[in-house]
Design a protein around this ligand. Structure first.
Ligand SMILES: [Zn+2]
Length: 332
C-alpha cells in the first residue's frame, strides 16, 4: 500500500515547515493545500548551544520524513521561521535573543547541506503572517498585520501582498513599540515596550514584581493564591473576577496592546489585524475590550471594514507559513 502511495506522489506537493522557538521546535510536513500531514514538537534545548539545537532540527526533520515513509526527493524544500533578526536572502540568522550564542549562523546552508533540497529562512512572525495569508484567515488579503502574542510579541507585515522586510530585514518589531516612556525594562534593553506589558512573560513578570513588593512591604501581606506558578489563563480569570493583585495589570496589558494596534492601523491602514499565539485562547473576553480600545483610538477614516480577528491556523501558523514559503517565492 505504502509503495503505491509513493508512486503517485507528485514532487512539489509537500514541504517541511519548521518554527524554531526559544523553548520548542515545531516541525510539520505540509501538503500543498496547507494540510499538516505530520507534526512534531521537540524541546529546543537552547542552553546546550547552537550546534545541539541545529542537530535537533535535523533530527526532527529526518524523523518526520522517515515516519511518513517519504524520500527526500519528494519534498520541495524546507522553510524555517527563526526568532530573531535574519537575512532571508543569504539564509543567515544574525542573532536570536532567546537562543544564546547564535551569531551570524548560516542556517539555510547548514540544513541544505544535510538534506540537499532548497531551504528558506524567514522571521517567525512573518512566517506566521504568510501562513494565515496563504491558508488561513487572511486568504486573498493584500494589506495585513499579524501579531504573534506569546512569551514575546512579534509582528509580521504583509503589504501589497508581499512580506515587508524593511531595509535591514527587521521590520515589524511591534513588541518593541514604546507605549510608556517610564515603563518597565524590556528584554531588548529599552524601557516601556509593549512586550514588557502585554506579552505572556511581561504580564507574569509584572504580577511577580507586585507580589515581591507586597511581601516586602510593612503590612506583611499574605496572599490568597500562589501567583508564582500561575498560568496566564488563571491570571486573566482572576482579573475578570476583580482580584486586586492582577486586575489592573491585565487591563493595562489589553489597553497597551490596543494602543499599539491603533498606531499600526493609523500608519499602515491594513484590512486585517490577525492575532496568533497563546493569549488568543482568551477568545472574545480578550477580543471585545481590545477592539473597543482600537476603535476609540484609531482614526475613524481607517476603521471602515477593518477586521481584528484571531488566526485560523492556531499553533500551526508558523510551520504552515514556513512551508508555504517554498511554493510561492513571490513573497519577497
Ligand atoms: Zn523592547
Amino acid at each position: 500500500m505504502k509503495k503505491s502511495d509513493n508512486s503517485i506522489r507528485i514532487m512539489d506537493e509537500y514541504a517541511i515547515g519548521v518554527d524554531l522557538g526559544g523553548t520548542k521546535i515545531s516541525i510539520a510536513l505540509v501538503n500543498k493545500m496547507g494540510r499538516v500531514e505530520k507534526y512534531l514538537k521537540i524541546p529546543t534545548c537552547a542552553e546546550q548551544g547552537q550546534e545541539k539545537t541545529i542537530a535537533r532540527i535535523k533530527q526532527g526533520i529526518g524523523q518526520i520524513i522517515k515516519e511518513k515513509d517519504f524520500k527526500i526527493s519528494e519534498i520541495i524544500g524546507i522553510g524555517i521561521g527563526v526568532p530573531g533578526p535574519m537575512d532571508y536572502r543569504k539564509g543567515v540568522v544574525h542573532c536570536a535573543p532567546n537562543l544564546p550564542g547564535w551569531k551570524e549562523v548560516p542556517l539555510a546552508d547548514i540544513i541544505r547541506e544535510e538534506f540537499q533540497i532548497p531551504v528558506q529562512i524567514e522571521n517567525d512572525a512573518n512566517a506566521a503572517a504568510w501562513g494565515e495569508k496563504i491558508f488561513g484567515a487572511a486568504r486573498g488579503i493584500e494589506e495585513m498585520v499579524c501579531l504573534t502574542l506569546g512569551t514575546g510579541i512579534g509582528g509580521g507585515l504583509i503589504l501589497g501582498g508581499k512580506i515587508y522586510h524593511g531595509k535591514n530585514n527587521v521590520a515589524g518589531e511591534v513588541g518593541h513599540i514604546t507605549v510608556n516612556k517610564d515603563g518597565p525594562l524590556c528584554n531588548c534593553g529599552k524601557e516601556g515596550c509593549l512586550e514588557a506589558y502585554s506579552s505572556a512573560a511581561g504580564i507574569k513578570n509584572r504580577v511577580h514584581q507586585r507580589i515581591a513588593e507586597l511581601k516586602s512591604g510593612s503590612k506583611g501581606y499574605s496572599l490568597e493564591y500562589n501567583f508564582e506558578d500561575m498560568g496566564l489563563a488563571r491570571i486573566f480569570e482572576l482579573a475578570r473576577q476583580g482580584n486586586v493583585i492582577v486586575k489592573d495589570i491585565v487591563e493595562e496589558a489589553i489597553e497597551y496592546l490596543g494602543i499599539a494596534i491603533a498606531i499600526l492601523v493609523n500608519i499602515l491602514n491594513p484590512e486585517i489585524i490577525i492575532m496568533v499565539g497563546g493569549i488568543t485562547n482568551e477568545g472574545d473576553k480578550l477580543l471585545s475590550p481590545l477592539k473597543e480600545i482600537v476603535f476609540q483610538r484609531a482614526m475613524s477614516s481607517h476603521l471602515a471594514d477593518l477586521k481584528i480577528i484571531f488566526g485560523a491556523l492556531r499553533e500551526y501558523a508558523g510551520t504552515i507559513g514556513a512551508a508555504a514559503l517554498l511554493w510561492d517565492t513571490h513573497h519577497f
